[in-house]
Design a protein around this ligand. Structure first.
Ligand SMILES: [Zn+2]
Length: 192
């Protein structure tokens, strides 16, 4: 089932490829402040939640620094959905599975995903209380017809991206959410 994507090296390589594309675009665009040339200045990360070996590129969130004015440019990411340690896919998957799951089964779930129950509850609160208030979601929700049931986020959103029996909707969903990982909408980062 869904959880096996966390064991798929191919899946994580695919997400890395998307992040590399996003970084290439951002790097080529130059500094938003002065138009200067951007130099690579990645942030260190210690991603958790994957159940397969991740290459050294996963220990970095791609970012740039302007050669002239030193201003930071951090492109969106499908791997790091704001949280510093847990991969975005883990955060979304865990909450999606949590919806409607009993507390006892949630315990089994958190053990297999190696996410503490408290963290899971915090994420869930973020989806139900903070995500729904983001300018991003307020702008996007009208595009879904019928409307996404906000009380069962993120599962209700995830299911809209799901094609019959494949995993390919995960990158699509994560890519849809990337505006939340940019600096202007970093409520994901703040939602502790
Ligand atoms: Zn600059």
């Amino acid at each position: 089932m869904c959880q096996s994507i966390l064991q798929s090296t191919a899946f994580f390589s695919f997400l890395l490829g998307i992040d590399q594309d996003l970084a290439r675009e951002a790097g080529a665009a130059g500094c938003r402040g002065c138009g200067g040339r951007l130099l690579q200045a990645c942030y260190p990360r210690k991603p958790r939640g994957a159940q397969c070996p991740l290459g050294p590129a996963y220990r970095q969130r791609f970012s740039f620094c302007c050669a002239t004015c030193r201003r930071r440019t951090t492109p969106c990411s499908v791997r790091f959905l704001g949280r510093r340690v847990y991969l975005g896919v883990v955060m979304t998957l865990a909450c999606a599975l949590r919806a409607g799951v009993s507390l006892r089964r949630a315990g089994v779930l958190t053990a297999s995903l190696q996410v503490p129950l408290r963290t899971l509850q915090r994420w869930r609160r973020w989806w139900l209380e903070d995500f729904v208030k983001t300018p991003f979601w307020r702008g996007q929700r009208a595009l879904f017809m019928p409307p996404v049931e906000e009380c069962s986020l993120p599962e209700s959103l995830r299911s809209r991206f799901q094609a019959e029996g494949d995993w390919e909707h995960w990158p699509r969903l994560l890519r849809f959410l990337t505006p939340l990982t940019s600096r202007t909408a970093n409520t994901f980062v703040g939602g502790r």
